[in-house]
Every structure is written in structure tokens, then in C-alpha cells.
Design a protein around this ligand. Structure first.
Ligand code: GDP
Length: 197
């Protein structure tokens, strides 16, 4: 079993230009309430690590965490109602677009989708935009414990189809039960150790 990611909070930045160079980075992005903070806490096996990203004043910033190797994990602000890359050119949209397009150390983006409700319109816009711009990404379906086990195979097929993917392309997790967390942790580490740098 992979050990927890030993993440340490480094800083919150308003734009990509303020981030330090790192030997490799992965980023988590998703709409508000998708379960991003809970997931980062689960990966780190810490209860309140990502709370820092949910503190007022930091929710609109790029939050950077570091591993003992120096590789980094970014918690991007959750996207809200109309604000998703490709749609809003200022504020939030500009910050996220700038980060995703210009961050040289970025190895992989994890786009979170609520496993119970499936991809929203904004999630699909985020996905289309990432595809169109060649941003490397993996879909992570959260809160899988909320889907009854008898319904899970169908739900997985539907969610994957909505994203134009196969079920095996998606990482299925639950921060509540821990299902899929070890797999995701291994995947995160594989991107960080197989980096270009
Ligand atoms: P964020 O806004 O994306 O950071 O989302 P949070 O991590 O704060 O979670 C939003 C809500 O979903 C909270 O009430 C969490 O307790 C709940 N939640 C997060 N992950 C899970 C999960 O795996 N299972 C269930 N049942 N609820 C979850």
C-alpha cells in the first residue's frame, strides 16, 4: 500500500507567475463542492490539510503543496457557476487558463467530477477546453460511496460515456470509504516521478 502523500502547504498565489519552479507538478481542479479538499486530505491522510485552500481569501488562489522530493501538488480554486476556462477571460478564468497553459512544470491535471451526479455542463466545458488545448488530464469521479453498489456499473458507464471515455480511463474514488484512494495516490506519484525534469 503506498504511504500517504507527505504534503506540506507552501503558499497561495494569485497567478502562475508567482509560483516557484519545481521538479514536477500535478494539479487538482473541479467545481466547488465536488469533494476536492476531502480528496487532497485523503491522499495526504490528513484531516485538515486542504482546509487551508478553503479558508476565506484563499479559495480564489492557486494553493501549492510540496512533497519531500520537492515535487508539488496544486489545488486550483473550485469553479463556480459561469466561470470555467474558455468562457471567462478575466479573474478566475484568466488565472486558471494562465496556470494550465503556462505552467511548465505541470505533468498532469486531475479533473474532478461528482460520481453521483455525473459531469455537469461546466465539467464538460472544462474537459473540452483541456482537450482542445492539449492539457494532459485524468478524470477522477468522486463520492462513489453515494452510488448504490447495484447501480455502480451502470453509473460508471454513463459517466464515462458522457465524458467520451471508457470506464477504465476514469479513476473512481470515495474519500469517505477510501475506495480508489491508493490507486489515485500511485497515479499521482507516477506522474511526479516520471516527469520531464
Ligand atoms: P470542495 O469544495 O471541492 O473542496 O469539496 P469538499 O471536499 O469540501 O466536499 C464538499 C462536500 O462533499 C462536503 O460536505 C464533504 O463532506 C462531501 N464529500 C466529499 N467527499 C465525499 C465522499 O467521498 N463521499 C461523500 N459521501 N461525501 C463527500
Amino acid at each position: 500500500m503506498p504511504s500517504p502523500l507527505q504534503l506540506k502547504f507552501v503558499l497561495s498565489a494569485p497567478s502562475v507567475g508567482q509560483l516557484p519552479e519545481t521538479p514536477g507538478e500535478v494539479a487538482f481542479v473541479g467545481r466547488s463542492n465536488v469533494g476536492k479538499s476531502s480528496l487532497i486530505n485523503s491522499l495526504a491522510n490528513r484531516k485538515q490539510l486542504a482546509l487551508v485552500s478553503n479558508t476565506p481569501g484563499r479559495t480564489q488562489l492557486i494553493n501549492l503543496f510540496v512533497l519531500p522530493s520537492g515535487a508539488t501538488v496544486v489545488d486550483l480554486p473550485g469553479y463556480g457557476y459561469a466561470a470555467v476556462p474558455g468562457r471567462i477571460k478575466q479573474g478566475w478564468g484568466a488565472m486558471i487558463e494562465g496556470y494550465l497553459l503556462d505552467r511548465e512544470d505541470l505533468e498532469q491535471t486531475f479533473i474532478l467530477v461528482d460520481g453521483e451526479i455525473g459531469p455537469t455542463k461546466l465539467d464538460l466545458q472544462m474537459l473540452d477546453w483541456s482537450r482542445a488545448n492539449g492539457i494532459p488530464h485524468t478524470i477522477v469521479a468522486t463520492k462513489m460511496d453515494k452510488v448504490r453498489s447495484a447501480k455502480r456499473p451502470t453509473r460508471k458507464k454513463e459517466l464515462a460515456a458522457a465524458c467520451q471515455l471508457e470506464t477504465g480511463d476514469i479513476v473512481w474514488v470515495s474519500s469517505s470509504t477510501g475506495v480508489g484512494i491508493d490507486d489515485l495516490r500511485s497515479l499521482v506519484l507516477s506522474h511526479l516521478t516520471a516527469g520531464r525534469h
